[in-house]
Design a protein around this ligand. Structure first.
Ligand code: TYD
Length: 644
């Protein structure tokens, strides 16, 4: 997929460059021609964009991508024979429509190709090549002139004699054919969920469209990301549209100096952009993604304000590196978060909504910012002996920067509410003793840990000790505990069920748990018993949330719902090196035990990180000690929670 992205982006940029050159030669008014090409690339997006997402979600993505590529190849290869400007604009528009079909299908596919923990890296690679091929293709257009002249001598390629740039179109067509061939032969399914056989027509299309928009609007995180990106592009658009004017004013030289200054700014932004994309993965290891995205936007906005405040090119250019850096960080994170937060079924439409809004933002800001700058006009202020230049361009650029910072603050606040909300909710859950309806008088103790950590031994020892004190003690286990849940357990642990999807697995664990809580655990707690359970929700968070990479949040939400918010008073984590634990297990390995050591290591790490995140709910015990010692520590750990 990376090869496909690289080659197609190269072809895409090549096509844009070549087409602008081609129409410039064709028409007497070069600015009009270039503007026309760009306009006709942006316009279709506004109308067709949302529907492209509907198609990407509804039809087989492989077929969609291959057809789009084949059509694009045919169209671009035919350009050298088109000599009418309006026909070229039309071709440009159709190319864009096809690209719009292709892109959401690709973005929606990525999460099906790589694991969740690799998504960030995949996006880094994909975006770096998407933007990194821009300068390469610029050089390529120039570099193709010589071979075009050579080939032009051959009669069959006479078209190259009149229009040397045609070779660029043929190369571009070849990149699309390459992409089509690769996608057609991908060895895996690109669309995960089988489509319901609903007959597809206009009504259904509109319904799908409404569903997609409703999803983006109703999901606070997705909405924040999408609106944040739109706002950011509106602010960033100021740099693109005002940059050349700003460079001319600040460089103070003639047209050649101004052009060089503007070129320098573009290179600096591009450099920062790629640097930001490269470092995003490193940053993501230290900071939650929800923080990187707003921070990137704010950095970028502050740097735009900084750039605009400079009075000579070198410091201004230095600031633009930061503009790019922040934007690169934010862009990779937005992509990854959007892919993670959207269901496979809705992903094409979500990305199409993102793109359409971005096109609209760019469209408005390209036209709007110069108008604003013109309306403000040039002013200057005096502070002592200093004369401060308050040109309309500078003020408008400040406005763009401030808009970017604002986008960062607003989306950052949304993300923080979410992070804080999650933590507070969990803390609240364990502090309220009468949770989930009905008075809870008993004590709910859970043992957690990797395979072979010695949970059963400890469960038994704790049971014996508490029963000896005359307490009503119920010992149970997960998955299982009651007949229905034991039957689900059979399905879950059956080594033959190899093709089980991670989501199915998470749902079955939650289903077994729901029955277990309703039938056994909650009634026992209500009558005041001590319930000791071998594994509970935290196993799902560690195994399914982390090791299966479904995401802690989603798995937690599922289980909070399944159990009507019944969380343990205390989780005793028996900590042990997973390799040592696996060596201790006896008998035929079940389906989960059969996973490789890397999987079990992830589980062990996840347990530890859960214990760190929720210290009041966890006690970590060193399970490599003799069982009696562990037992003594377990008794000490539950004491503060025991109300009986
Ligand atoms: P079990 O034999 O009870 O494990 P152990 O012998 O380690 O106690 O089998 C339960 C298996 O299911 C175990 O490998 C962990 C896994 N599991 C999950 O993946 N998610 C869950 O929510 C639970 C409760 C268990």
């Amino acid at each position: 997929m990376w090869a496909v992205t690289t080659v197609s982006s190269l072809g895409d940029w090549l096509g844009v460059f070549a087409l602008t050159l081609f129409v410039q030669r064709l028409s007497g008014r070069p600015e009009f021609a270039v503007g026309g090409v760009l306009l006709f690339r942006v316009l279709p997006g506004l109308f067709f964009g949302p529907f492209a997402g509907v198609l990407a979600d509804r039809f087989d993505r492989r077929r969609l991508m291959v057809s789009a590529d084949l059509c694009r190849a045919a169209l671009i290869a035919s350009i050298p024979w088109i000599h009418n400007l309006w026909a070229l604009f039309a071709v440009s528009a159709v190319m864009e429509v096809l690209s719009l079909l292709w892109a959401p299908a690709k973005d929606a596919t990525l999460p099906n190709l790589v694991g969740r923990d690799q998504l960030m890296t995949a996006n880094q690679l994909s975006l770096i090549t998407t933007y990194g091929t821009f300068p390469i293709s610029g050089a390529l257009v120039a570099g193709l002139a010589a071979p075009a002249a050579l080939l032009g001598r051959i009669d069959a390629f006479s078209v190259l004699r009149e229009q040397p740039v045609s070779l660029a179109f043929f190369v571009d067509a070849a990149t699309f054919l390459f992409s089509a061939a690769m996608v057609a032969t991908f060895p895996i399914r690109l669309t995960k969920t089988p489509r319901a056989p609903v007959p597809f027509n206009a009504v259904q299309g509109l319904r799908d469209l409404a569903e997609g928009l409703h999803f983006v609007r109703g999901h606070p995180v997705v909405r924040g990301l999408v609106v944040g990106a739109w706002t950011a592009f509106t602010g960033g658009g100021a740099v693109i549209s005002l940059g050349p004017i700003f460079a001319r004013r600040v460089s103070g030289g003639g047209p050649a100096t101004a052009q060089a200054a503007w070129g320098g700014l573009i290179v600096a932004v591009g450099f920062g952009l790629v640097a930001g994309m490269v470092t995003a993965g490193l940053v993501a290891r230290r900071l939650p993604r929800e923080r990187i995205f707003p921070a990137g936007l704010m950095l970028s906005g502050a740097a735009v304000v900084g750039t605009a405040s400079m009075t000579s090119m070198p410091p201004a250019t230095a600031f633009t590196i930061l503009v790019g850096l922040g934007a690169g960080l934010a862009w990779v994170t937005i992509y990854t978060l959007l892919q993670e937060r959207t269901d496979e079924r809705l992903r094409g439409r979500t990305f199409a909504t993102l793109y359409t809004g971005i096109q609209l933002s760019l469209f408005l800001s390209l036209a709007g910012w110069p108008l604003i700058a013109g309306a403000i006009g040039d002013h200057s202020a005096r502070a002592g002996s200093w004369r401060i230049d308050l040109s309309g361009v500078r003020i408008a650029l400040w406005g763009g920067g401030i808009l970017l910072v604002a986008a960062g603050i607003v989306t950052g606040r949304g993300a923080q509410v979410r992070l804080r909300g999650r933590a507070a909710r969990l803390r609240g859950l364990q502090l309220r003793p009468s949770l989930g309806g009905g008075a809870r008088r008993g004590l709910f103790v859970v043992f957690e840990g990797v395979e072979g950590a010695g949970k059963s031994t400890q469960v038994k020892m704790l049971h014996d000790a508490l029963s000896a004190c005359g307490r009503d003690v119920v010992v149970t286990r997960e998955p299982g505990g009651v007949p229905i849940s034991e039957r689900v357990r059979g399905v879950l642990l059956d080594p033959a069920a190899r093709e089980m999807d991670p989501k199915t697995e998470a749902l079955l664990y939650a289903a077994s748990r729901a029955q277990h809580v309703a039938e056994l655990i909650r009634p026992a707690l209500e009558r005041g018993a001590v319930v000791i359970c071998d594994r509970y929700i935290d196993s799902s968070l560690a195994y399914q949330g982390h090791a299966r990479a479904l995401g802690e949040d989603d798995v937690l939400r599922l289980n909070v719902w399944a159990t009507d918010e019944l969380l343990p008073d205390i989780a005793l984590l028996l900590h042990l090196d997973p390799a040592a634990g696996l060596a201790r297990t006896k008998g035929d390995p079940d389906r989960i035990e059969q996973e490789d050591l890397a999987f079990h290591k992830k589980v062990g790490e996840a347990f530890l990180s859960l214990a760190r995140s929720y210290p009041s709910r966890f006690a970590v015990l060193d399970a490599s000690q003799p069982p009696e010692m562990v037992h003594a520590q377990a008794m000490a750990a539950i004491l503060p929670f025991d109300r009986g």
